[in-house]
Design a protein. Structure first.
Length: 118
């Protein structure tokens, strides 16, 4: 029903910037909340940032001031601008969609690897 495809991951050095994209297709509405999650080796998946259809954003404390989430509702595409990357930002990043009225993210992308080196 819903397909999410992430892109933009890669290998960068500490202090560099990277922009991730998440293109949605299928039965996706602009009213859905979208979010970025990440999972580092040996750690649980964590919410990095989320954005509602109205543009309200929420960030994990570890990325506040460095990451910016935004979306293009017309294209049903979400982005994550990551600046001042740190070694601890290394993880697989996933985009996800939470339908209106749902308390959980029901649709997930396949993930894109972000590796930050020193």
């Amino acid at each position: 029903q819903v397909q999410l495809v992430e892109s933009g991951g890669g290998l960068v050095q500490a202090g560099d910037s990277l922009r991730l994209s998440c293109a949605a297709s299928g039965r996706v509405f602009s009213t859905y909340t979208m979010g970025w999650f990440r999972q580092a080796p040996g750690k649980q998946r964590e919410l990095v940032a989320s954005i509602t259809s109205g543009g309200r954003t929420n960030y994990a404390d570890t990325v506040k001031g460095r990451f910016t989430i935004f979306r293009d509702n017309a294209k049903i595409t979400m982005y994550l601008q990551m600046n001042s990357l740190k070694l601890e930002d290394t993880a697989v990043y996933y985009c996800a969609v939470r339908p209106s009225g749902s308390i959980s993210y029901n649709y997930w992308g396949q993930g894109t690897q972000v590796t930050v080196s020193s």
